[in-house]
Design a protein around this ligand. Sequence first.
Ligand code: CP
Length: 304
Amino acid sequence: MEHLIDIENISKEDILNIINLAKKFKEGAKTSDVTGRTLALMFYENSTRTRCSFEIAAKKLFMNVINFDAAHSSLSKGESLKDTIENLYFLGVNAVVIRHSLSGIINNVMRLVKYPIKFVNGGDGTHAHPSQALLDFYTMLEKMGSIENKKITIIGDVSHSRVAKSNIALLSKFGADIHLCAPSYLQFENLEEFKVNYHKDVKEAVEGANVVMVLRVQNERHEKEGYPDSSEYKRLYEIDTALLKQYADDNVILMHPGPANRNIEVSSELLDNIVGKTILEQAQNGVYVRMAVLNMLLGGKYAS
Ligand code: CP
């Protein structure tokens, strides 16, 4: 694995290597493989979980971390992202995690940069969020052992979701039974390309589900303000305890990439009860998965 840009271009073997290494890190394994290497976090869009967990992951690996301040950088003087990254490389940066609102920008800049810096996609527009899909997969395996033939229902603002795209790519590689649920105006326009089941009705989508992954309504990416109408969306699509109890598998796992809109796509009461704790465990697992990603990209192979 040279870079982590999307899930489609990583092999099953590399995904399983990341998962296994993350497990070792979670069990307390230490490594000096990448000690002293330098990671720059370049976040042009807001983040809590991705940014903080990459920083904590790097520090647990004894790496140096630069929190690149996009708003006060020379980008404001017209410097390109390519020139910025090449300069960072010559300052000693070995890897960059980039989050940006433009889909595909990381692929584009990666092709332009002439030096061997490692790229990690921290979420680009509506395109991909590969480290999120990896930590989601890790969490599912930790809870269920395998995802083969498990009914995994992804519900919410599918059309704007890089998390949904990366999860579908990953879950398909490992034989999950994937179901999407959204109102038609928040569904993928090219749905037939995804080879998944589609439901408009939330009860049908949740029926017998082993995993219910709720997505955030991404108001900042909607062209029309106040659309979808929050109360209408909540009435039709909010996931709560009663719905899961009545329709989902008894051992259903609730997931959400965060941040969650409480009492819109998921009830506050559900988030705060024991079922909702998995969402915090997802965030925690992000640290170990991102340690594994950094270790693999920067040449470390084993955790002792
Ligand atoms: N899941 C996720 O990407 O969260 P942040 O936006 O807080 O990083």
